[in-house]
Design a protein around this ligand. Structure first.
Ligand SMILES: [Zn+2]
Length: 715
């Protein structure tokens, strides 16, 4: 429908030929994206699955959307219903809301939502919280159709003035990431605006009558198979034009037919006496379709055009449409004066081309230079398609795109319980052409889809689950070509609320092991621990610190790296997913002294190297020397004084600690000499030392000492 330029603000909008719809003017003050995110409880990227009239009194529209990506809030499931004001109610009452972003079946959208009492979701701020995704030169851009609304904007003096609404395009990926980060309180400046991008703004007719109005667009299907549509014109002709408008009608038909982006074929079929609007163009409103008449002085409606379509559905490029059965154009009586002056022919061509655009399924465009803008251009643009119409018919009638091959199956699905209500899923993305991953869950009653993740996702968390319940999961990748096979099935059991921390260990004992280590043992009293933690502190002062985490069922540990002769205190606790047990009793022990090793080159190392034995001698002639040791066994050796071939003293040190009547180390020695001999025997562990002396000029007196070294208990 055209309104003349003098009557541009009529509050009437013709949705299709069948309905006149009252308008709801919309006025807004622009809200920042920050405020939009902060005041929305659920933000998703979604795809429109269906559009239908809502079963409520106030004319409203229900958009069933599948969630592709969760940007803020808890996942409400794979699909939600978004109920938007405006549309048609069950009694047929309709309402148009200006500035609503057009969402059609198959459209992707960024939706800022708030839950409603009836289980559906509302768009935050009615028109501001819904962005439609459009592709511009390969880039996905989020747009709002705010042109139909009035924006209150402060002028230079700070006074609010009403201006035509508008919006800045946003890069979908950058915007989505920014939203998700802000939802996690990670604030950064907006960097996703794509100012200057030229966006298509076309609108398509949407059904408002089939079953309460299903919102689906309308198109001819005959062109797909090479067919064409012929329009006749009524033989009375258009007043004001030289040949009754036939050449202008032909120019208008050719404008659509000649567009190379579509197979549209509109032909001229000659004149007819018929005044029907069955593929016919009629003049002077012979059927009184437009009440009143036009006057070049006061303006009015110039013409109407549009399709008659079936409520049945047909599919094209993966979208469902109502097939157009016929179409017609009616000009208003009294418009002949419009064509009187210079440019009248061009104006008539523009008018017919515009109305024929309606017959193709196009609604009015908000772009001021577009042919489908509802205001006649001055000067007229004639029968010229703007890029907006080219984009519209490319979408509606363009060559079907071969669907891609279905994605490869995702692999290595792993499920892990995070809490009593959440299970995390991870997988390997084995495909490069998926649109989404579809997650299915089975809690014992068969698999059903519960979540979707965006392209290239490799993890998602299933929430809202029951405690102590086993869930199985499988996923598949999806694109417009279909679904992949299912991944492996992965299962996990949520944590139990009745669960508790394990029982504490008891009977902790600490025993010195060496000068740098202490041996610990305890009793394991738990059956549900996942680990043991050993804690230590210096006995004299200091706080406990963990020194080791041990596997379940551990009952011993050796603390190492300690300082000699230092007391340490220990305690042990068990641990599982619900927390720590209480601590065991404390147990303290002191490390052993540093034990010197038997390393004197003049010493015999006996009793398993615990004893060091040296000897010196003095002769009558005043000769003094040190005995040279020759070890014979672990317990026995001898010394020579003057020559290696000449044995002087034989000695052994025996470990008789096992001899319980008198546990001790025994020293036995005998000599083949009468010089002065001093034999020094040292227990390196206890530090005790004893010197056995044989006087000079005395045959060596046997040594049989089972008393001196009662040092068995020393460590
Ligand atoms: Zn129009």
């Amino acid at each position: 429908m055209f309104y003349s330029s003098v009557r541009t603000l009529l509050a009437i909008f013709v949705l299709s030929l069948c309905c006149l719809v009252p308008a709801g003017a919309t006025t807004y003050v622009m809200m920042t994206d920050e405020a939009l995110v902060d005041t929305s409880s659920l933000i998703v990227e979604a795809r429109v699955v269906s559009v239908s009239g809502a079963p409520v009194e106030t004319p409203s529209t229900d958009y069933r959307v599948e969630i592709l990506r969760l940007l803020k809030g808890r996942s409400p499931g794979a699909e939600v219903v978004v109920r938007q004001l405006g549309g048609i109610n069950p009694e047929g009452r309709a309402m148009k809301i200006w500035g609503l972003t057009r969402l059609g079946i198959g459209d992707r959208a960024l939706l800022f939502l708030l839950p409603r009492h009836d289980g559906t979701y509302g768009v935050n701020q009615l028109i501001l919280g819904a962005f439609r995704e459009v592709e511009v030169s390969g880039e996905r851009v989020a747009v709002r159709d705010l042109e139909g609304a009035s924006e209150l904007r402060a002028d230079a003096s700070g006074k609010l003035a009403s201006v035509s609404g508008g919006d800045r395009p946003r890069d979908v990926e950058g915007f989505s990431q920014w939203i998700a980060q802000r939802a996690e309180k990670r604030f950064r400046p907006a960097d996703y605006f794509r100012d200057g991008l030229v966006l298509p703004k076309y609108n398509l007719f949407a059904d408002a009558s089939c079953g309460g109005g299903d919102g689906r667009p309308i198109r001819w299907f005959t062109f797909d198979s090479g067919g064409s549509v012929s329009f006749t014109s009524n033989s009375s002709g258009q007043p004001g034009l030289a040949d009754g408008g036939v050449s202008e009608i032909q120019a208008a038909l050719a404008a659509w037919t000649n567009d190379s982006s579509s197979p549209i074929s509109y032909l001229y079929g000659g004149s007819t006496a018929s005044t029907s609007t069955n593929n016919n163009i009629v003049f002077d409103d012979p059927n009184n379709a437009i009440s009143g008449s036009f006057s070049c002085g006061s303006g009015g409606v110039v013409a109407v055009g549009g399709p008659s379509y079936s409520c049945s559905l047909q599919t094209h490029n993966g979208q469902t449409y109502h097939p157009t059965q016929s179409a017609g154009v009616t000009t208003q009586n009294g418009i002949g004066c419009l064509f009187a002056g210079a440019g009248g022919i061009t104006l008539a061509e523009e008018m017919f081309a515009h109305e024929l655009g309606h017959t193709l399924g196009l609604d009015h465009s908000a772009v001021s230079g577009a042919l489908m803008n509802p205001i006649l251009h001055s000067p007229s643009i004639g029968a010229t398609l703007s890029p907006d119409e080219v984009a519209a018919v490319a979408f509606l009638y363009g060559t079907p795109v071969a669907p891609p091959a279905p994605p490869a199956v995702p692999t290595n699905l792993v499920a892990a319980a995070l809490s009593t209500s959440q299970i995390q899923l991870t997988w390997i993305d084995a495909s490069n052409n998926e649109d989404t991953f579809r997650i299915e869950m089975n809690s014992g009653f068969g698999f059903s889809e519960i979540l979707a993740a965006g392209a290239n996702a490799t993890q998602i968390t299933a929430g809202g689950l029951s405690p102590s319940t086993n869930y199985s999961f499988r996923i598949r990748a999806r694109n417009t070509g279909g679904d992949s096979a299912y991944s492996n099935t992965a299962s996990a059991t949520t944590m139990g609320v009745a669960g508790s921390a394990p029982s504490a260990p008891t009977s902790l004992q600490a025993t010195p092991a060496t000068s740098t280590s202490i041996q610990l043992t305890w009793n394991d009293n738990a059956s549900d621990e996942t680990s043991y933690v050993v804690e230590m502190r210096p006995t004299a002062s200091g706080a406990y610190a963990p020194i080791a985490t041990l596997a379940a069922n551990a009952t011993s540990y050796t603390a190492t790296g300690l300082t000699a002769l230092t007391s340490y205190t220990f305690r042990v606790k068990a641990h599982n997913g619900f927390g720590d047990s209480g601590t065991s009793n404390e147990a303290a022990a002191t490390t052993l002294a540093n034990v010197p090793t038997c390393s004197d080159p003049n010493a015999l190392c006996l009793a398993a190297n615990r004893f060091s034995v040296t000897a010196t001698f003095d002769t009558v002639a005043g000769q003094h020397g040190t005995g040279q040791p020759i070890r014979l066994t672990a317990d026995t050796g001898y010394f020579w004084f003057f020559a290696a071939t000449n044995v002087e003293v034989v000695i052994k040190v025996l470990d008789a600690c096992g001899f319980t009547a008198r546990p001790a180390f025994w020293v036995f020695a005998s000599g083949l000499t009468d010089v002065h001999v001093a034999i020094t025997v040292t227990d390196l562990t206890s530090g005790q030392s004893h010197v056995f002396v044989n006087p000079i000029r005395t045959p060596f007196q046997p040594i049989q000492d089972t008393e001196t070294f009662q040092t068995c208990g020393a460590h």
